[in-house]
Design a protein around this ligand. Structure first.
Ligand SMILES: Cc1ncc(COP(=O)(O)O)c(C=O)c1O
Length: 393
């Protein structure tokens, strides 16, 4: 089995159960560790490095921006931020953007916007956000309160009030939870951290209709599924509905920390100057990285590649001994195993030179760069199959 690297970082607070490997370099779909071993990366730093590790176009854009202007604060306009806002509104069909630093702070902005919108529409008693069991929206106190995973919440009570969880794919449960206090419903179209569980398309369109009927905002947390991962720029674009507010992060900067909260004009007008703020959000360097990332996705037709490679993955994974089901959308895939051996499989896969991760005891997540080639998909499945066989014996 894998050796523990020499460098054991005793000075790091152990909030993560880290795997025994130290990466020193990345190139496209490949990672290299401190001993020079090569790995195929089927996780992309948890759905982040979508246009590949050390992408030269992103690196050039970041270097050029670093050399000209790094930071001025949001008291001023900068060209990269304005250009990125224009690109994101054009791609999403939403009207306005607030830039944040990551997924949790994008969701904080969405929650605060929904609260302001609720207050203006229905008074100070209208602040509640309905979310789903099994969801994941972040680790700040408010986004943890929104997250439908009691085990993660229990250690940090009391959590901020104003969040109600209902079971997913149950439109009646949402309708029953709605009342004068409801400002918004927040969902992921595919619950990533919850086990790569896609919500039913009919449920999502019904949810849109229900929110319209009750005048509640619909928020899509597209932090994991957005920016091309499911084969469209935003995950809802293949699912027959559109949200009032959407959040993105992860893949937007291909590894640089940037998130965004997008909103329709109707929702966005609830925020006035002074209502929300961030020192770093939407800085020129991270926006330059995001602009280059979007251009890479566009010029290399990566959305088409997602469809083709997802199909290939499904066909090949379905045939693997030990895999019971393959679920997800696009290149956000969950391989559900016959046995609850996902944690062992991750270690065995690492030994085979493959990076995946375990989202449930019986489910491993595959979220490779959107640039992955057909030959690389074959190699990923070969290494995963070897790892599975090794666990059997
Ligand atoms: C759907 C979703 N929302 C929010 C977050 C939180 O994002 P971050 O870790 O960038 O704060 C995540 C992270 O996994 C996520 O998957």
């Amino acid at each position: 089995m894998m050796e523990i690297p020499e460098r054991e970082a005793a000075s790091i607070i152990q909030t993560y159960r880290r795997l025994p490997v130290e990466f020193v370099r990345g190139e496209g779909t490949r990672l290299f560790d401190s001993k020079g071993r090569e790995y195929l990366d089927c996780l992309s730093g948890i759905a982040v490095t979508s246009v590949g590790h050390s992408n030269p176009r992103v690196a050039e854009a970041v270097a050029a921006q670093m050399a000209s202007l790094v930071h001025v604060s949001n008291l001023f306009y900068t060209a990269p931020q304005v250009e990125l806002a224009e690109r994101l509104t054009a791609l999403s069909g939403l009207d306005k953007v607030f830039f944040s630093n990551d997924g949790a702070t994008a969701n904080e902005a969405a929650i605060k916007l929904a609260r302001r919108w609720g207050q203006i529409r229905n008074g100070t008693g209208c602040f509640e956000v309905i979310t789903l069991d099994g969801s994941f929206h972040g680790r700040t106190l408010a986004t943890l309160a929104a997250t439908g995973q009691p085990a993660k919440q229990a250690l940090f009570t009391p959590l901020p009030p104003g969040f109600v969880q209902v079971p997913p794919n149950d439109i009646r449960a949402v309708a029953a939870a709605m009342g004068a206090a409801t400002a918004a419903v927040m969902i992921e179209t595919t619950q990533g951290e919850g086990g790569v569980v896609p919500l039913a398309m009919e449920y999502l369109t019904d949810l849109r209709a229900l929110c319209d009927e009750r005048e509640a905002l619909l928020i899509v947390d597209d932090v994991q599924a957005g920016i091309g991962r499911t084969g469209t720029w935003f995950s809802w674009q293949s699912l027959g509905f559109a949200p009032d507010i959407a959040t993105i992060a992860k893949a937007l900067g291909n590894g640089l920390p940037i998130g965004a909260c997008l909103a329709t004009d109707r929702a966005a007008q609830a925020f006035k100057p002074g209502d929300h703020a961030t020192t770093f959000g939407g800085g020129p360097v991270v926006c330059a990285a995001a602009l280059a990332t979007l251009t890479e996705i566009e010029t290399r037709a990566l959305l088409d590649n997602v469809g083709a490679r997802a199909e290939q993955f499904r066909l090949m994974l379905d045939r693997l001994d030990g895999v019971r089901e393959v679920r997800g959308r696009g290149l956000l895939l969950g391989a559900v195993l016959d046995e609850p051996i996902a944690a062992d499989l991750v270690l065995a896969a690492l030994d085979e030179g493959l990076v995946v991760n375990n989202v449930l005891p019986d489910t491993v997540r595959l979220a490779p760069p959107l640039t992955i080639s057909s030959a690389e998909v074959e190699e990923v499945v070969r290494r995963l199959s070897n790892a599975l066989r090794r666990l059997e014996s």
